[in-house]
Design a binder for this molecule. Sequence first.
Ligand code: GLA
Length: 399
Amino acid sequence: MMLKALRTALPDAEYMAIAPGRVNLLGEHVDYNGGAVLPAAIHRTIKVTAKPNSNRLVELHAVDLDESTIFSLDQLALKQDIHDMPMPGWAQYPAGVAHVLQSHGYPVTPIRAAFTSNIPMGSGLSSSAALEVAFGALWQEIGGWSLSRLMLARLCQEAENLYVGVNCGLMDQFASANGVEGHALYFNTHTLDYHLVPIPDDYWIVIADSNVRRKLTHSGYNDRRAACEEALAILQKDLPQIRTLADVPPDVFDQLAGNLPPIVEKRARHVVEECDRVNRAVILLEAGDVRAFGSLMFETHRSLRDLYEVSIPELDRLVELAASLPGCIGARLTGAGFGGCTVNLVEASATEEFITRLKLGYSMATDRTADVFACRVSRGVDAYPWNWNTARMEVEESG
Ligand code: GLA
């Protein structure tokens, strides 16, 4: 009952924004290396309601955590609340977005706001990006200025890079801003072009949350990114024309791999092969060869486990179990890794049984419980004027 709680928190709300999380089908850890990715927005969302304030303050209430904070739009760089105390971690996402919007000259309206989410936090389904994109779209709607969805995503990414301090790529914010029902987005993170790829009707995307929350993600993520930058700098000595690791064909990489320190070589090999895999995979998917696409998902998991080293035993178990179940044609960890979720491609008729058996197998193998659910691919962010008295609650509740 997300909406009831929101209504209680801010009964006089005048605006609503809804932003989805995302699942990534293929192309992991390549969005900061100029590669193409294949994410889809999912029906798990963050909902924010807001009302403009007459002072310079932003007053936020995180309904699910039952926590609040107040900060000033004139002192965002300090990352402090109005009592000069550090802002709670979750508040840095909206505050970062406000900071970046202001620094690019977009006026940010002071607000009272409340938000709630059914995207599990720290699970690799981009709850942070959804939070950023929801607030970005909200301030855009209230401010009446216009910004493309791509630009909105880029500013939200900037907030996460510069304000929150995670050196992420653009995939998550892009998917949350641009999602389209029933479609994955084949997004080239170098040219910023994209096109839609329909998800075949006879397969379901099933998400399995290991319920192991990510640890050391920030440092683990930033380390991987630094290794990629090191690899690029070394490879550019022989290949001055390359701008990103995505420009290096796998056979050329093989010839030069010996120039790289061993760990850097592993990281870069994953990236080079993954970029190539996504480009092959999308052709297969568009040609209707969903099974061949699925086997590339398994390959990606092995590469993330052995070369990029961002998997954990629980995610490996989930993928092994999935591979052994009828109807599952592809499975791998999704998102940054270090915990979180797997994404599975399952024949529609086998989905129910798959979910039951995966849960059972996981609890027997690990003594943990997995949340496993079939996922509807939904649209990207939306923001609009809102009035609780005239709201179509049943429609919004399902969004
Ligand atoms: C996180 C980041 C993304 C991307 C993925 C890994 O979700 O936010 O930019 O790098 O990890 O593919």
